[in-house]
Design a protein around this ligand. Structure first.
Ligand code: ADP
Length: 301
C-alpha cells in the first residue's frame, strides 16, 4: 500500500465514527455514515456477518463520495442563487403593480411604470430560459442528440441575427472562416455562439467591432469570438464563467444580463469536450476561443 494511503488508513482507524461503525456491526447492527478524511469525503457502510444467528465478524465498505457531495453542494448553492435571482425582478413587478393598482400613478406616468414591469418580466423570461438551458446540460439527457453540425453556417446565421441591433449601437459584426463540421448538439452550439456574440456586442463601444471566426486546424475546429470592447478586469477573468457572476461594469451601466451566459458556454464546451480559453485586456477587448475536437481518424489495423 502506498505510504500516503497507509497513513490515511491509520487516520481512519483512529476516528470515532469508524470505531462506532465497527462496534455497531459487531453488535449485529447495520450502520452507515459520512466521514471526511483529508480533502475527501467517504461513505462508511458497516454490516454484521452472521453465521447461524451469531455475529462472527463485520464487513466494512468505504466509498469515495467526494464528487457526489460536491455536486450536491453546488446544486444547493445554485438553487439558492436561482431563487434569489428570481425574487428580485418579481419583487419589483409586485411593487410597481401595487402602486398602479392603488391608483397612485398619474395617467402620464403609466407608460413608464408599465415599461418597468415589462423589462422586469423580460428579465424573468431570460433567467428562466437560461436556467432551463443549464439544467438540460446538467442532466446530460442531450447526449444522444449529437449530429454533424456545420459550425460556420450556424455562426453566420447567429451573426446575421445580431447585426441589425449591433449596428444600431455603432458596432460592426464580421464573419471569417470556412465551412467546418463538428459533431455536437445543434441547439447547444447555437446557444454558445449566441451568448458569446451577445456579450461581444453588449460589452462593446461605439464604433467597435465584433469578429466571429471559424477555422479548421489539424486536430480541432476553432471558434473565435473577438470584440474591441471594454475588456474584463484581470481580477474578474477567473470568475466570469461562474454561474450568476456579473462584472461591476455590467451592473453599473445597466446592461441587461443574467450572469449565466458564460456558464452556459462553459457547460456547452464541457459537453462537447471542447477547450475554452479567454483572453481579455481591459480597455482593449476580449476574445473567447472554443476548440472543438475532431473525431480521431480510424487507426489502421
Ligand atoms: P451577463 O452578460 O449576463 O452578465 P455572462 O455570464 O455572459 O453574464 O458574463 C459574465 C460577466 O463577464 C459579465 O457580467 C461581464 O462583466 C463579463 N463579460 C462577459 N463577456 C464579456 C466581454 N466580451 N467583454 C467584457 N466583459 C465581458
Amino acid at each position: 500500500m502506498p505510504a500516503g494511503q497507509e497513513a490515511r488508513g491509520e487516520e481512519l482507524f483512529a476516528r470515532e465514527p469508524f470505531k462506532r461503525a465497527v462496534g455497531e456491526a459487531l453488535a449485529g447492527r447495520h450502520s452507515g455514515q459520512l466521514l471526511a478524511l483529508g480533502e475527501r469525503t467517504y461513505q462508511l457502510i458497516a454490516n454484521p456477518v452472521r453465521q447461524e444467528d451469531e455475529t462472527v465478524g463485520a464487513v466494512l465498505m468505504l466509498l469515495d463520495v467526494t464528487e457526489r457531495e460536491e455536486r450536491d453542494r453546488l446544486r444547493q448553492e445554485f438553487s439558492a442563487n436561482v431563487s434569489h435571482e428570481l425574487k428580485t425582478p418579481l419583487t419589483s413587478i409586485v411593487g410597481f403593480a401595487e402602486i398602479m393598482m392603488n391608483g397612485l400613478v398619474k395617467p402620464e406616468d403609466t407608460p413608464r411604470f408599465a415599461g418597468n414591469i415589462y423589462r422586469e418580466a423580460q428579465r424573468l423570461i431570460s433567467l428562466v430560459g437560461d436556467v432551463m438551458e443549464l439544467s438540460q446540460l446538467d442532466e446530460g439527457s442531450l447526449q444522444n442528440r449529437q449530429e454533424p453540425v456545420e459550425l460556420y453556417e450556424l455562426t453566420r446565421q447567429v451573426a446575421e441575427r445580431f447585426r441589425p441591433a449591433a449596428e444600431k449601437r455603432g458596432v460592426t459584426v464580421q464573419l471569417q472562416g470556412e465551412p467546418c463540421t463538428v459533431t455536437g448538439v445543434r441547439a447547444i452550439l447555437e446557444e454558445m455562439v449566441r451568448n458569446l456574440c451577445d456579450n461581444a456586442v453588449k460589452y462593446n463601444v461605439e464604433g467597435g467591432r465584433v469578429t466571429l471566426a471559424v477555422s479548421r486546424r489539424e486536430k480541432d475546429v476553432l471558434l473565435a469570438v473577438s470584440d474591441t470592447g471594454v475588456g474584463i478586469p484581470y481580477e474578474d477573468q477567473e470568475r466570469v464563467f461562474e454561474r450568476f457572476f456579473r462584472g461591476d461594469k455590467s451592473h453599473s451601466s445597466q446592461i441587461a444580463g443574467t450572469g449565466l451566459g458564460l456558464s452556459i458556454v462553459k457547460h456547452g464546451a464541457l459537453f462537447h469536450n471542447a477547450k475554452l480559453t479567454l483572453q481579455s485586456r481591459p480597455g482593449e477587448g476580449t476574445t473567447v476561443l472554443v476548440a472543438f475536437p475532431l473525431p480521431e481518424p480510424p487507426t489502421k489495423e
